[in-house]
Design a protein around this ligand. Structure first.
Ligand code: SF4
Length: 268
């Protein structure tokens, strides 16, 4: 199938590669689907691009986060007027937090809650597409996920924000998903509370790939809680040091999940 994935603009001054869509694209391509992405955070004329690419699409996926909700409603309205025969599937943080409201409010055909890779592969597997809210499906082990289809976007057009981007080219990366903590201000709507992670060897493989393909010199791990598994991070630090890859990196985590020895290894 020809699949068009759309990231409606959120108005950010620091657009980041749409990692969720790239991962879904990688999973779909592994199942022989053809995927195109339009990123509204990068393309000024994104609506026109969506209109053009929708002419050859069999299905359209739209990711919705709260800041891009109005734009998502607008693009779905446009799609339904020019290609009413093409199903529109919606996912992403806003859709996962408020699935019923998103389905009712956007006019899409169905909403996928949570992670999209396995759900999209299954939905495009030949059965009739469901209508309404599709509950959370199975979560694949992270080492079993295909490499995100990084080539579908031009990483040079994205803009890291401080403290990232001291070295270019820069790329964000997600190597674990989920977080068991319950901070009151955090929704975790897509990845939820169960923690899963790539093996250090898989993370190194992805870093090598990014280095070879795009000469990446800095990455940021956008994992919810990068150091939750201390042994994994220690092993990754060791592998990185031995690899000779000239890549600086940073991550996000909790202050109670680091210690002097771990921080020393991460800095080395
Ligand atoms: S530790 Fe981070 S990811 Fe986990 S609940 Fe708190 S803010 Fe969210």
């Amino acid at each position: 199938m020809n699949v068009l994935l759309v990231n409606p603009p959120t108005g950010t001054r620091y657009p980041q590669p749409p990692l969720g869509l790239l991962s879904i694209a990688g999973a779909l391509e592994a199942h022989k689907h053809r995927v195109a992405i339009v990123d509204g955070n990068i393309e000024e004329l994104w609506m026109g691009l969506v209109r053009g690419k929708a002419k050859v699409a069999d299905v359209v996926g739209v990711t919705v986060n709260s800041l891009g909700y109005r734009q998502a409603v607008g693009v779905i309205e446009m799609l339904k007027s020019v290609r009413p025969d093409v199903p529109v599937i919606v996912g992403g943080p806003h859709a996962s937090a408020l699935p019923v409201e998103t389905w009712e409010g956007t006019g899409c055909d169905c909403v996928v809650e949570g992670e999209g890779e396995a759900a999209m592969v299954e939905m495009l597997g030949g059965k009739p597409l469901p209508v309404g809210v599709v509950g959370r499906g199975p979560r694949l082990e992270m080492d079993r996920l295909p490499m995100p289809a990084y080539y579908l976007v031009d990483h040079r057009r994205y803009r890291p924000h401080a403290p990232h981007g001291r070295r270019r080219p820069f790329m964000p990366l997600v190597t674990s998903r989920g977080c068991p903590y319950r901070c009151a201000f955090c929704s975790k709507s897509v990845f939820g509370s169960s923690y899963r992670f790539q093996s250090p060897a898989r993370t190194l493989e992805e870093l090598r790939f990014l280095k070879q393909m795009y000469r990446i010199r800095e990455v940021a791990f956008y994992d919810d809680t990068f150091t939750l598994n201390r042994n994994r991070v220690m092993e990754l630090c060791e592998l990185l040091e031995r690899s000779g890859l000239d890549i600086e990196w940073s991550c996000e985590t909790r202050v109670d999940l680091v210690d002097p020895e771990l921080l020393g290894a991460m800095r080395a």
